[in-house]
Design a protein around this ligand. Structure first.
Ligand code: F3S
Length: 755
């Protein structure tokens, strides 16, 4: 049994009394989110009410999940912490390092040889420290977690921003950096700012071509990529309970795209069905016993405006299928408007690829609904106009879909079945011709569509849609195809229409699998050896970062003033760089190479103040480091949005950047910077961004009296001898200030363990 029933039973045994204690201190009816949060306080039963959006609270998550790209750094850090075993059930999943090229079998075997060293490292660290290990090909982390580990009312953290997917099974699952995962695995509390609450009331029922994906595509259009920042989204209403569990997972998954801390749904029959179908009767029975606590108090949903900070209502009966993009997941276009929008915006109408998969949409139900469209295309003698690729979410889904003929249907339509892995979703896609960088359109069922995300081509316009819409559009080959109204010409020259998709929420014959790809850890791992070669290009044991020198930081040089969007992809690009995720020095060669330099509008081209020459960002920073000069990175709004990868914080730290000063931060990235001992600062007055000049030398004043809620000061020494001085804010609490002083949070953990 992969899941830990003892842990779940313990959570359920305490749940009612903890909710009761919370109700007393909060003194009003509770949302589901509040119940789960208060049931997971590090100190046990609640003794005070926390203020949403401002109180920092210590929690005790039930589980940790890690994917291979981020697990390397998380586990390298955990090894530094000096513990013999993880303190909470944890798993590692090999899904990010498998490139999609020709098809599942060949791609997997190539990945197994190319990344052998990394997979062996993860397998042996997992074995040693009591971590469940999911081998390459076992599936995408969030599908595997939903199938095996997520449970209603639980709290989980994961080193991937789409950890939030587990909200589909009524969990609070939150994406974090490897440093946070390391803390929790080391038995320490996990700190989170008590979130604000957004309620989304779903009325009506999905029908026709509309899928759960369209709910979140619509929500993303309403809230934008920043609208969920600092908030947990709780879905409720008749529309919520009428949806499948994996459909709910899709909605929660893309909560990451609106910046939400996480999203969740109350426990209902769809979740019970899913738990039982995935062999977890004990979990379902346990959840049933405390059912009333696994959803909000009835007054909350009856009067949501009173209990949530913001409420959105969506009528599913009227919802249309959407296509969001290109280049940002919140540019929402209903399918009926695509014809005019595509022409107006000059989006290429011909669709080159339709891709189904990713942790967002690779469940059995997703494949079965998309296959129903594929089947019609075959029966109606239609030929797919676009190339077509499928990544099943897990080996269990793949095996079952294969048994039930779904994969054969796709193959009959010339689709390529890729490995049960992330593949194109994380840029691990050897797309033929991408290097020509031609402007083109693709449609996929993934969650992210930033420039270059899937194929590295900045001119690929990627649109996000439900799997069934991707299937229909790939068959038509046109972005502006509306399957609800339009016809297609078949091989006999007849005009035919696609009927609305249908599918099975769960396989009627049940799930099946021969080898799910799971390796249980050794009962006693003390003799298991973890090997990291000192000459490896992929893995490097970590050295602790240096302590703060105890003075203000003076004489810093401006490394880059980034303009506009600067996501973690811009700061630490994925794709080809994934292979260096376990080697800090090597991966640092991608630092900020995607960020646009404000002064010349170019990427990876900044002025080296020591030479006056322009050069790549990492090389320029290495020269400053060699000269013993610290630097400052300046950014715009929502800096670091996107993912939880702490490399985006560790690389600047490793190369000698001392502070990041921006108009606003994405939450996870801000925390990651703090964990690594960096200064994460925001302009008190965002207009001060304009005062930063290319040749500035910078001082950061106030560090010797660094205190929570007290602004620091920036002094800009401009090249012409003039000066500017202004206040900058920070959100460090007392503990986080200690991290800064110690050089990193991990330095404190190690000290505490050895003390
Ligand atoms: Fe993988 Fe893409 Fe999800 S990278 S974890 S499938 S967002």
């Amino acid at each position: 049994m992969a899941f830990d029933i003892d842990m779940i039973e313990k959570v359920y045994a305490n749940f009612a009394s903890r909710v009761e204690a919370a109700r007393k201190v909060v003194n009003k009816p509770l949302t589901l989110t509040e119940k789960i949060l208060y049931a997971h306080l590090w100190d046990g039963e609640a003794t005070e009410a926390y203020e949403r959006g401002s109180s920092y609270v210590d929690f005790a998550p039930d589980r940790v999940a890690m994917q291979d790209a981020t697990a390397q750094m998380a586990l390298l850090q955990f090894m530094q912490a000096g513990r013999p075993k993880v303190a909470v059930p944890s798993t590692a999943h090999c899904d990010h390092l498998i490139q999609a090229k020709v098809g599942a079998e060949e791609d997997l075997s190539r990945a197994n040889s190319e990344s052998k060293e990394v997979f062996d490292f993860l397998g042996s660290v997992s074995n040693k420290y009591g971590i469940g290990f999911w081998k390459p090909g076992a599936g995408i982390i969030h599908q595997v977690v939903l199938e095996n580990y997520a449970f209603p009312g639980g709290m989980m953290i994961g080193t991937d921003s789409h950890t939030v997917n587990a909200g589909g099974l009524g969990m609070l699952a939150i994406g974090v950096g490897g440093a946070d995962a390391c803390d929790v695995m080391a038995g320490l509390p996990w700190e989170l700012k008590f979130p604000k609450l957004i309620g989304v009331k779903l009325t009506g029922k999905l029908n026709g071509w509309t899928a759960p994906k369209d709910v979140i595509l619509k929500v993303a259009g309403i809230l934008t990529v920043k609208g969920g920042t600092g908030a947990i989204v709780e879905y409720f209403g008749e529309g919520a309970t009428s949806m499948s569990c994996t459909g709910k997972g899709t909605i929660c998954n893309m909560g990451a795209e609106i910046g939400a801390t996480t999203s969740t749904f109350g426990y209902d029959e769809s979740m019970e069905r899913y738990l039982r179908a995935t062999n977890r009767n004990q979990v379902a029975d346990g959840a049933n016993k405390i059912k009333a606590h696994l959803t909000a108090d009835p007054e909350v949903y009856a009067n949501p405006e009173k209990y949530f900070d913001q409420v959105i209502e969506i009528n599913l009966s009227e919802l249309e299928p959407h296509l969001n993009g290109p280049f940002t997941p919140d540019l929402a276009t209903p399918v009926s408007k695509m014809k005019e929008e595509a022409v107006k915006n000059d989006w290429p109408l011909r669709v080159e690829w339709g891709l189904i998969g990713s942790c967002t949409n690779s469940s059995y139900e997703d494949l079965s609904r998309a296959a129903s469209i594929a089947r019609q295309a075959i029966d109606k003698k239609l030929v797919t106009k676009s190339s077509f690729g499928i990544n099943p979410g897990s080996e269990q889904v793949r095996y079952t879909a294969d048994r039930d003929g779904l994969l054969k249907t796709f193959e009959d339509l010339d689709a390529t079945i890729f490995t049960n892995a992330c593949g194109p979703c994380i840029g691990m896609w050897d797309r033929v011709g991408a290097e020509r960088q031609e402007r083109n359109t693709i449609v996929h069922s993934f969650n992210r569509n930033f420039a270059k995300r899937a194929d590295g081509n900045p001119n690929t316009c990627a649109f996000v849609a439900s799997p069934e819409m991707v299937a229909a559009i790939a068959i038509s080959g046109r972005l502006d195809f509306n399957p609800i109204t339009d016809t297609l010409t078949n091989a006999d020259g007849q005009e035919v229409k696609l009927d609305a998709p249908h599918g099975d929420e769960l396989p009627t014959k049940g799930f099946a699998v021969e080898d799910a790809g799971y390796q249980a850890p050794a009962a006693d791992g003390s003799n298991v050896e973890v090997i990291v070669s000192p000459t490896s290009h992929r893995l490097q044991l970590l050295e602790p970062f240096k302590e703060w020198e105890g003075t203000d930081l003076t004489g810093l040089k401006l490394l880059i003033k980034a303009k506009g969007k600067c996501t973690t992809d811009h700061i630490s690009m994925a794709g080809p760089w994934l292979k260096f995720r376990g080697h800090l020095d090597n991966i640092s060669n991608n630092m900020l190479i995607g960020a646009v330099n404000y002064f010349n509008e170019k990427t990876d081209s900044v002025k080296n103040q020591l030479t006056g020459e322009y050069g790549p960002v990492p090389a320029t920073q290495r020269e400053y480091k060699a000269a013993g000069i610290g630097t400052l990175v300046v950014g715009d709004e929502n800096y670091g949005e996107g993912s939880s990868r702490e490399h985006a914080a560790m690389e600047p730290r490793h190369l000698g950047v001392r502070a990041v000063l921006v108009k606003s931060f994405a939450r996870i990235h801000e925390t990651n910077l703090k964990k690594q001992g960096m200064l994460a600062l925001t302009f008190s007055n965002p207009a001060d961004y304009d005062k930063i000049q290319e040749d500035d030398t910078i001082d950061i004043i106030g560090l010797t009296t660094f205190t929570p809620n007290q602004a620091l000061e920036i002094v800009l020494h401009h090249a012409d001898g003039s000066k500017d001085q202004f206040k900058v804010n920070h959100t460090y609490n007392a503990q986080q200030i200690e991290w800064f002083k110690a050089g990193a949070a991990l330095n404190i953990i190690r000290k505490n363990i050895s003390a």
